[in-house]
Design a protein around this ligand. Structure first.
Ligand SMILES: [Cu+2]
Length: 133
């Protein structure tokens, strides 16, 4: 930072400590906001997904890269019943998994073809999408 820069900051904000705290807060918010949907675990783009009976899976729309391993970690806080009690992604994950409260489901795949894949129940009712780019 040059002298001119310092001077204008001092003019705008007379309390440098307050400025510093605001900057730290901004950095913290940016850091918290960035990796909400995806984080890297063992070379896979990993998505943390929740499940409740009221809202089904959340988030429910994912974008992944062709040829790169992706991983959905679903943590149900309810046990799903009836039609939507199992989850699958036809073409990417064809084995329906039961959504059971407290039982983590890990779905891993490496998509080979780009396109939009539906996330469904075992009988094909759509509940979300995986976009392969
Ligand atoms: Cu169903």
């Amino acid at each position: 930072m040059n002298d001119n820069g310092k001077k204008s900051v001092m003019e705008v904000e007379s309390n440098p400590m307050k400025m510093k705290r605001i900057s730290l807060l901004a950095i913290t918010l940016i850091t918290l906001a960035a990796p909400v949907t995806s984080f890297a675990t063992a070379n896979a783009a990993t998505f943390a997904v929740g499940y409740t009976n009221a809202h089904d899976i959340s988030p429910n729309n994912f974008t992944v890269k062709k040829g790169e391993k992706a991983r959905l970690e679903i943590n149900p806080t309810d046990t799903a019943t009836g039609c939507m009690s199992e989850i699958m992604i036809p073409g990417l994950w064809d084995k329906p998994q039961p959504l059971v409260k407290g039982k983590k489901i890990v779905i891993e795949f490496t998509p080979q073809k780009s396109g939009a894949y539906k996330i469904t129940c075992a009988m094909g009712v759509v509940r979300g999408a995986v976009n392969v780019r």
